[in-house]
Design a protein around this ligand. Sequence first.
Ligand SMILES: *Cc1c(COP(=O)(O)O)cnc(C)c1O
Length: 476
Amino acid sequence: MHIPQTGLSKPEILAILQAFKSRDMDWKAGKVFCYVYNPGEDPAEVMKEAYLSFLSENGLDPTVFPSMLKVETDVVRMTINLLRGDENAVGHLTSGGTESIMLAVKTARDKARAEKPRVVQPEMVLPKTAHAAFHKAAHYLGVKPVIVDIDPQTFKVRAEDMEKAITENTILLVASAPGYSQGVIDPIAEVGKIAQRHNLLFHVDACVGGVHLSFMRKLGCEVPDFDFTVPGVTSISTDLHKYGYAAKGCSVVMYRNRDIRKYQIFACTDTTGYTLVNPTVLSTKGGGPYAGAWALMNFLGEEGYKRIVQATQDAAKKLMDGVNAIPGLRVLGEPAMCMFSFASDEINVYQLADEMGKRGWYLQGQFSTPLTPRNLHISVNFGNAHSVDALLEDLRECVESVRKKEPIDSDSIKALVGAALQSPDPEAAFGQLAASAGLTGTDLPSEMAFINEVMDALPDSVCNTFLINYFNDLYM
Ligand SMILES: *Cc1c(COP(=O)(O)O)cnc(C)c1O
C-alpha cells in the first residue's frame, strides 16, 4: 500500500477500518476469554470521551502539560491506596504490564550497580509461573533469570525453593498475585520474609490481580495479603488496562519509597537537543490512556468496581464448577479469582479449542511443561460474564464432538519433531514441518490443534526460533 494521492473521506475511512475487523473474534458478544476487559457501555463511553479529550497532550514534559502530571499522580495515588501503600509509596503510569515489569527489573539492576558493585552478572529469582515479561526484561537488561519449579499440585512456588535459588548475585525476587496461567497466588508473605532476611528487593506481579483482588477483599472474600501491607514487598505492578477495565496502554509500577524508585528515572543533557528526563521507557507519552483511566476510576467509584467484581466472581465460580462437572475436564489448582485453566486426560484440549473456535469462542491454549499439563486458559471479566451459561453448553457439546473426531497422534508428531531435530539441516526440516502445520507465509492459520501439538513437542529454544521466524515473515 502507498499513501493515497488524494485523501479518502471520513465515512470511507471508517468503513474500511471497520471492515478490517470482520475476521476478528467477537469480544463484544462476550465470546473472547482473554485480551479484552469490558466495563460495560456507560463506563466505556465516559472513558472514551476522556481518552479523546487527551489525544494530543504529551506527558513528556510536565512543565508544559501540568494536566498530565495531575492525571498521572492521581491515578497512581488511587492505585497505591487500593494496594494499601503508605504515604512513602510512589509510582508511575506505564504503557502496560510489560513496561511496569521491565522498569522494576531495571530499578533493581541499577540499585545493585550502585550499592553492590561486586555483582557482575545480576540474577533474579523467578517462579516457573512468572509472566514472560520477566524473561523479556532479563533479555533486554542483561539480568539472568533463575527459574524455580512450582508445586505441581497447587501451581504455587514454594518459598523455601525460592530461598535455595538465592546466590550472592541475586538482585530481585519475584512472585505473582495471581500468576496468569493458573490464576493462583504465590506465598507472598513467606517470600517477603525471605526477601527481608537476605536484604533483597521483592517484586509482586499483581498485573492482573491488583485491582480485582483488592475489591474481592473489600467485598469480604478470603484473599491472602499480597500488597504493601506485606513486609518485604518493595515493588508491585498493577495493570489498569486489565481488571482495572481502563483502555489499553495503562499500568502502574509502584515502589515502597523514593529511595528505590530513583533508580528507575533516566535523565540526559548530553546532546544538542532538549533536556530529557524520563521516569519510564516511553518519552513522548500520549495522554489518552491515562485520562481514560482517571475518568473510569472516578466514574465507577468503589461501588462500581465492587459491582463488577461481584458479578465477575459469580460467573467465574459458575464456570469453574461447570467445567469440573463436564466428564473429562478438570480445573487446575485452586484459582484465587476469575482466571483459571483446565486440562483433560481424555481428549486433546487443542482440538477442543478449535471446535469452540468454530462456534465463535476463543479459549487460549497453553503448552505443557514438565510440571503442568497442556491446558486451556479462561479469564472471566465483566464483559463476558453474561455468556458463561452459553459457553458451558457449547463446551459440553464440543467435548463430545472431539471424542468422536480422529485424535491427533501425539506420538507420531513427537517422532517427526525428533527426526527434524536430528536432521543435518534442522532449520529446513522445521520449515517443512511448519508448512505442513499451516504455519508459513503471511496467512493466519485457522485450525491451531496441529500447530499447537508440534510446538508443544518442540524444545523451548527451538520453538522460540520457530515463532520468531514466523513473525518475521508475517509482518511487513
Ligand atoms: C498481562 C500480564 C503481564 C504483562 O502485561 P502486558 O500489559 O500484556 O504487557 C504481566 N504479568 C501478568 C501476571 C499478566 O497477566
